[in-house]
Design a binder for this molecule. Structure first.
Ligand code: C2O
Ligand code: CU
Length: 658
């Protein structure tokens, strides 16, 4: 939990307090009645003030809530506080006729007009939404200023009833202190990751974006032409056919789901090839009414093969066909899924495992024990309360494995929310993350590993004589010599931390020194209208797609990306076409094996710095793999200088990547 999250939650609380600020403002600007202490007039005045206060509180509460929900988001409540501050200050500097108050008089705050509170709150709501657009940091400053001012005001009422010049001095000092504290807290928050920048900057200039003679002019390459280098003619060629078609699928829970499938099965067929093979996949679309594509999640394919509707190709219409062709250069655990309306199509079932086994892996000959190699895809059917499955099975499955057999479990979180997988009952190693091997993985006495949406991890162990239990929430698999689903109760294993696991080794990108470009992405949580809907938008540098910034790079650049999550949810940030090395988490360098990711789960309050080499020209997606978030605009592009696309997304085209 960094200071960012504290600010985030403070904002939410302040949003709820908004009406109270409005109320205070209204009270502060009202005339004050001066009545003899202890008189019945004083009691009446206090009671009248009290009841009006309650009524107005309810009234402004309703109005403030309305204004907040419809006009503002959480953070901007702080912006509203700025206005309240001004009003409060106005109330303060307004001369109160104290001189005429008899000795021992009781001063009762009064109200201006009945509509004052209403206007104050409405104004707050409007200016609030405006302040959000101007600057969240400014909003942060006024948040704290407002809180301290409010406290000062309360203190003033109940303690510091100092008249005259002394009172003025106290007020001025209080306000100055409040502003000072506000600025310093907000400044601290903004400098938490020292490199906080709203937009990226470029370290070197050759043909940077928008300069004449780069994209759009002579020499520009269209993404459709980026099909990769000619494969070695001796490469083994694998032909696969994926047909997108509707099917009714029975889950182990007994439930029938009407799914969209590849080849009638869920998950789609497991595509398994050897490293270096040429993969040729023919996609047919037999869906009744929707376009479809195939994206090779985590495989750094040539851009034209990336399968993103509206960016690298047009969605394949019903009856249409598209051929994907690429060399499976990297061994590892990947998956494929439709990238046309992906939030909906993956949910309905258009996904499967894509496994590349290492080229130099010795083929086990007959007679030696055959390894178990299982790709396990987690998926949820329907809404948040829907059925979660591993493969098609809800609940606990059983699998018979003879003792002594080597086992590799390829865990794939094909779901939007992060999942914690626990493996108990054996010594285990985390062999790979996102398809990349861990260097010298240590033996763990069981493990608990968090996989963000779209992430993968390979666990390896040798089957013992007793059961091994894999669990992810309500679903799981028991591996046992007798094939029974007997579980065991053991202590919950320690949380796996990829930042410290394994040992350091040389990497293909330098881990030290300055990059050529450094971009910062700040994730916030805002209520917004998006695409005609009212959404909780997870903004990237205050914007939702298509207003999000473009990460512009030149081929060969060393690129750093700092990702700061100031929202209250996990965001599995997925970069297409590249693997990135995690350099730092929360400012601390990673110390274990090089940790390469294509999908990095960024938890609330976390900051990551990752680095990659821009070595795969094209226009690529970088988006949250909580696909609902992506559909609500949490997506942007990484674009290479000199690459253009003729494909379009949006309302009037059939292409809707998310
Ligand atoms: Cu797995 Cu852009 O997606
Ligand atoms: Cu997200």
């Amino acid at each position: 939990m960094g200071l960012y999250s504290i600010v985030h939650y403070a904002d939410m609380i302040l949003a709820l307090l908004l009406p109270v600020f409005g109320l205070t403002a209204a009270a502060a600007v009202g005339p004050r009645s001066v009545v003899p202490r202890g008189s019945s007039a004083a009691r009446t005045a206090v009671v009248a003030f009290g009841t009006t206060a309650i009524l107005r509180l309810l009234c402004t509460l309703a109005l403030g809530w309305f204004g907040w929900v419809f006009l503002a988001s959480r953070l901007p409540a702080a912006g509203g506080c700025a206005v309240v501050c001004v009003v409060l200050l106005a109330g303060w500097v307004r001369p109160v006729p104290r001189a005429s108050a008899p000795t021992g008089a009781h001063e009762v705050p009064g109200w201006r007009s009945p509509v004052a509170a209403v206007w104050a709150t409405t104004a707050v709501a409007f200016i609030t939404s405006y302040a959000q657009l101007v600057s969240p940091d400014l909003a942060g400053i006024v948040t704290v200023t407002a809180v301290v001012t409010l406290i000062a005001e309360v203190l003033w009422w109940w303690r510091l009833r100092a008249p005259g010049r002394r009172g003025t001095v106290v007020r001025v000092v209080a306000v100055a202190a409040a502003i000072g504290i506000g600025i310093s807290v907000a400044a601290q928050a903004s400098t938490l990751p020292p490199e906080l920048a709203v937009t990226g900057h470029s370290g070197h200039q050759p043909g940077s974006a928008g300069s004449p003679g780069s994209p759009g002019s002579l020499g520009a390459v269209d993404v459709a032409a980026l099909t990769g280098t000619r494969p070695d003619p001796s490469a083994v060629v694998h032909h696969f056919t994926l047909t997108a078609q509707p099917a009714t699928i029975p889950l182990s829970s007994g439930q029938q789901v009407s799914a969209w499938t590849f080849n009638g099965t869920i998950p789609g067929p497991e595509l398994r090839v050897t490293q270096g093979d040429l993969v040729e996949v023919t996609l047919h679309n037999e869906l009744p009414d929707a376009g479809v594509t195939v994206h090779w999640h985590g495989v750094d394919v040539p851009n034209a093969m990336d399968g993103v509707a509206g960016v690298t190709q047009d969605a394949v219409p019903p009856g249409g066909t598209f051929v994907y062709r690429f060399v499976a250069a990297q061994a590892g655990t990947y998956w494929y899924h439709s990238h046309q309306q992906s939030s909906e199509q993956v949910r309905r079932g258009l996904y499967g495992a894509f496994i590349v086994t290492p080229r130099d892996q010795p083929q086990p000959d007959a007679g030696t024990v055959q390894p178990v190699d299982d790709a396990i895809l987690r998926h949820r059917w329907g809404s948040e309360e829907g059925v979660t499955t591993l493969g098609l099975d809800a609940g606990l499955q059983a699998r018979q494995v003879d003792p002594g057999r080597p086992v590799r479990l390829r865990l794939i979180n094909a779901e939007t929310d992060p999942a914690t997988f626990t493996l108990t009952g054996t010594t285990v190693r985390v062999a790979a993350i996102d398809g990349t091997d861990i260097h010298q993985p240590a033996d763990l006495p069981g493990t608990r590993i968090l996989l963000g949406g779209g992430s993968r991890a390979d666990l390896i162990f040798t089957m013992p004589t007793t059961p091994v239990v894999l669990r992810a929430g309500t679903v799981g698999i028991v591996y046992s010599p007798d094939g029974r689903a007997d579980t065991h109760t053991v202590a919950v294993p320690a949380q796996f931390d990829p930042a410290t696991y394994g040992t350091l080794t040389a990497t293909t990108v330098p881990t030290g020194g300055a990059p050529d470009r450094h971009y910062t992405l700040r994730i916030d949580e805002r209520l917004r209208f998006y695409d005609g809907r009212f959404v909780v938008g997870y903004t990237l540098n205050d914007a939702l797609y298509p207003d999000t910034p473009v990460l512009q790079v030149t081929a060969g650049d060393l690129v750093d990306l700092t990702i700061i999550n100031r929202s209250g949810l996990d965001h599995p940030m997925h970069l297409h076409g590249h693997h990135a090395l995690v350099l730092q988490r929360d400012g601390r360098p990673t110390t274990g094996s090089p940790w390469w990711v294509d999908t990095l789960n960024v938890a609330p309050g976390q900051t990551y710095r990752i680095r990659f080499r821009a070595d795969n020209p094209g226009i690529w997606m970088e988006h949250c793999h909580n696909l609902e978030h992506a559909a609500d605009g949490m997506t942007l592009h990484l674009a290479y200088t000199g690459v253009t696309t003729t494909f379009h997304t949006g309302g009037i085209t059939a292409n809707q990547p998310e």
